[in-house]
Design a protein around this ligand. Structure first.
Ligand SMILES: C[S@@+](CC[C@H](N)C(=O)[O-])C[C@H]1O[C@@H](n2cnc3c(N)ncnc32)[C@H](O)[C@@H]1O
Length: 491
């Protein structure tokens, strides 16, 4: 077990928590798990003007079914030693039966038990969910964290484009806030501007208000009689990330930074450790870094881990953090390829900075596993198609196939990324494809490039192409953060 330091983990959070996160080592947990919506969530990668937004792939599925895994995790809860949780999960099973909702609740309850273990006595947990399952999740949280440690139900109210609806439109999420121990729970009171009506009520009652460094009101003050700010309430109006917002990364279910900054400011201090076990494109770890906290992020897909790596490096140039669970050598790469073809392809794409391409739709990709856009003339973009092979054997027919795909896709270059060593015939066939010549510099680049995973891992090989945009057409760049460690006084 390691001490918490800024770390990203690829893997199932249950395994990562059990193997890597010490008891009572975390100050604040924020979790935004799938909500049991029975939907698939697609990542929409940016595509330059004139290209269809084709690189749309399923990032994660949010559907749960009762089966062998649910049964196994159910038994773990029953035997966990937490008798409240054990009793409750058995009652829920009797009430709900063995169905999708029950499978989801078992998955969540089992993770709550480990999240409770890793939380410090002064710590807090914020569970982000929606009305699909919030009523059941609160009962389970009561059992694991103690109903006396329930602090707030926060309503995150957002506005989005109204849809036709045969009932009231849903415009809020629910966030449950629990402390681990109500006697010791750390909480920084945040302030909001008073409403107009309360301003009128207070007219004439001027008094001195004191704030601490983080902008929080000092606790000895009466909060309801001052005019500079009042203690924040539990209904938060924070806009969702608009489609045109520079903050939007294309990852489904991405939460606004402002929401996470608020939670982190209220329930942690600088230097504290923040854990997000379902971290998606990394909003919580971004906010934690910005506010001078330490952080741990976990996600079960390479897509998410890759996006977070890029996001953090863009926003905080020079940032240092560890990435665990992704292959570091050929054995690791072979292991991943054997276990999960999609994850291997996504990871291999990340090594060459390519967008993964329709990786989940079997047969629909027609030989394209990734795309890179580059620019070597003003106002135009060029395309590289990437083919990833994780098998033990590769052959010359695969190179011919890629040559056809380059033609069919009107691509400028093709990249053949392979775990197995290419044969001599393959190299000869690739050379036959000739060169792509940059119209500006007149420099030539092989049109069909074969690159081994070994070469990429030891740094001896990388794709060769010119790019004035430095990767910014393939992946949207995140705005650089100005400074770290300080937060706004009033939210
Ligand atoms: C709703 S999204 C989180 C979005 C995130 N809050 C953000 O702002 O980007 C849920 C994430 O949980 C991940 N996930 C689902 N099951 C997981 C598991 N067992 N362990 C780790 N991550 C998991 C999914 O891959 C997905 O990225």
């Amino acid at each position: 077990m390691t001490n918490p330091k800024n770390s990203l983990y690829f893997g199932d959070n249950l395994d990562v928590l059990r193997e890597h996160i010490k008891d009572e080592s975390v100050d604040l947990v924020y979790l935004d798990p799938p909500f049991n919506s029975a939907k698939d969530y697609n990542v929409l990668f940016a595509s330059p003007k004139g290209e269809q937004s084709e690189a749309q792939i399923v990032a994660f599925k949010d559907s749960w079914h009762w089966g062998e895994q649910a049964e196994r995790e159910y038994n773990e809860i029953v035997r966990s030693g937490n008798t409240y949780a054990a009793e409750m999960i058995q009652s829920l099973r009797r009430f709900l039966g063995e169905n999708d909702m029950m499978a989801y609740l078992v998955m969540m309850a089992n993770r709550f038990l480990d999240l409770h273990r890793v939380l410090k006595p002064t710590g807090s947990i914020y569970l982000h969910c929606d009305p699909t399952a919030s009523h059941y999740l609160k009962i389970v949280m009561d059992c694991v964290f103690g109903k006396g440690n329930f602090r707030n139900e926060i309503i995150w109210r957002y506005r989005r484009w109204p849809a036709k609806a045969a009932r009231f439109q849903r415009m809020h999420d629910v966030i449950f806030f629990y402390g681990k121990d109500q006697r010791e729970n750390l909480f920084n009171t945040l302030l909001q501007l008073p409403t107009e009506s309360s301003m009128k009520r207070w007219k004439g009652k001027k008094q001195k208000v004191e704030f601490d460094e983080s902008g929080a009101r000092l606790p000895t003050q009466e909060l309801d009689e001052q005019s500079s700010g009042v203690a924040m309430d539990d209904v938060w109006d924070i806009p969702i990330i608009a489609p045109s917002s520079p903050e939007r990364l294309g990852y489904p279910t991405q939460k606004p930074l402002a929401l996470l900054e608020r939670i982190i400011s209220a329930s942690s201090d600088e230097g504290d450790v923040i854990l997000d076990p379902f971290c998606g494109c990394g909003t919580a770890v971004h906010a934690a870094q910005k506010l001078g906290r330490k952080w741990i992020g976990i996600d079960i897909t390479h897509l998410a881990v890759t996006l977070i790596e890029k996001r953090l490096k863009d926003a905080f140039p020079g940032i240092a953090f560890d990435v665990h669970g992704t292959p570091k050598d050929l054995d690791g790469a072979r292991d991943l390829a054997a276990r999960d073809r999609d994850q291997f392809q996504w990871w291999a794409c990340s090594l060459v900075n390519a967008q993964p391409y329709q990786g989940k739709k079997k047969g629909a990709d027609g030989g394209v596993d990734g795309l890179i856009y580059f620019q070597d003339e003003v106002k135009t973009h060029k395309k590289i198609v990437v083919s990833v092979k994780g098998g033990e054997n590769v052959n010359v027919a695969m190179i011919r196939d890629l040559a056809h795909v380059i033609d069919r896709e009107k691509a400028d270059i093709g990249l053949f990324v392979t775990l197995a060593e290419p044969t001599k015939n393959m190299m000869t066939e690739a050379v036959k494809e000739g060169y792509y010549t940059s119209p500006v510099t007149e420099k030539a680049f092989p049109k069909l490039q074969i690159i081994t995973i070994a070469g990429l891992l030891d740094g001896s090989k990388r794709p060769e192409y010119p790019d004035l945009s430095q990767g910014a057409i393939t992946f949207k760049k995140v705005k650089r953060e100005e400074k770290t460690g300080k937060q706004k006084g009033l939210f």
